[in-house]
Design a binder for this molecule. Structure first.
Ligand SMILES: [Zn+2]
Length: 291
């Protein structure tokens, strides 16, 4: 499966139970994100887990808008964020202390040193909602399980993996009892127990049908239509211009005097935006004028 482009998320449920799930595997969409910077492997892996996580979240919390996960902390990783919109456009970025030697396997708790996660749900119309997730466990998967429990009061389990070429995740959730089609009391225990045996290679290397067959060949699994995800950046010339203008007329004028024009590069996709005095005077008025 390594040579084939597979950027898909697929929902599934188990017949006659109240358990549902999602499986996501990304390769080229993930590679597009990590090739933007010279990330050490440890950060590529962590960023990959975040990308798989936002793809899962996006399919679970269905809103018309943008979902993001941000990690904030005081460790050598100063910032990490991933985003996904309703068109399944993914983007992500990490900033770290480049002086540090980064191990291939890093602990979220350690790199964020007293930090936390912010999950933002920003509908196109309506109020944005932010949830803070403390770093209860050592992994992003444990933090997400905590988030689902806090926000939906639903028991959920998450498995995430990434290796610098692919990233993926598996999600299981037990819906409220009244949604159960029958009283299979042991279903949740049985399904999570089996999912816990999943190896990273299986999570990343198998398509959903094969993975579920391997884990649950004795169960009746219902698969839904897969959805495709891709790398996509929401930056635009106007949004970048707005950001430049928000620096204020004095700053803008100073930069124009020093540099002749102002160049702002998108950190997510490396798109370069150049603004001349004419562009800026139009927005800021005479105050931005250099003469
Ligand atoms: Zn961009």
């Amino acid at each position: 499966m390594n040579d084939v482009t597979i950027n898909e998320i697929q929902r599934f449920s188990f017949d006659n139970t109240n358990v549902r799930g999602e499986h996501v595997v990304l390769n080229s969409a993930y590679q597009e994100i990590i090739k933007r910077k010279n990330y050490p492997l440890g950060i590529e892996v962590l960023l990959g887990e975040f990308v798989a996580a936002i793809a899962l979240l996006r399919d679970i919390i269905k809103i018309d808008g943008v979902l993001s996960i941000q990690a904030k902390g005081n460790g050598f990783l100063s910032a990490l964020m991933t985003e996904c919109d309703e068109q399944q456009n993914l983007r992500g970025i990490a900033q770290w202390d480049e002086e540090q030697v980064v191990p291939d396997t890093i602990s979220l708790k350690e790199v964020l040193a007293g930090g936390y996660l912010v999950i933002t749900i920003a509908p196109r119309n309506g109020q944005r909602y932010q949830g803070i997730v403390e770093l209860v466990g050592d992994s992003l998967a444990e933090c997400l399980e905590q988030y689902f429990y806090q926000s939906e009061q639903l028991p959920s389990r998450v498995w995430l993996a990434a290796n610098g070429a692919q990233c993926g995740g598996l999600f299981l959730q037990r819906l409220p009892a009244e949604q159960a089609q029958s009283g299979d009391e042991d279903a949740w225990e049985r399904f999570t127990h089996l999912a816990a045996t999943v190896k990273d290679e299986e999570l990343l290397g198998l398509d959903t049908e094969t993975l579920l067959h391997r884990l649950y060949h004795e169960e009746e699994v219902r698969l839904y239509e897969p959805k495709t995800l891709q790398f996509g950046c929401s930056c635009s010339r106007q949004r970048t211009l707005d950001a430049v203008i928000s620096m204020g007329a004095d700053e803008v004028r100073q930069l124009l005097i020093e540099q002749g024009s102002i160049q702002a590069d998108c950190q997510f996709c490396a798109e370069q935006y150049v603004f001349t005095e004419t562009d800026l005077v139009g927005q800021l008025g005479d105050q931005a004028q250099t003469h």
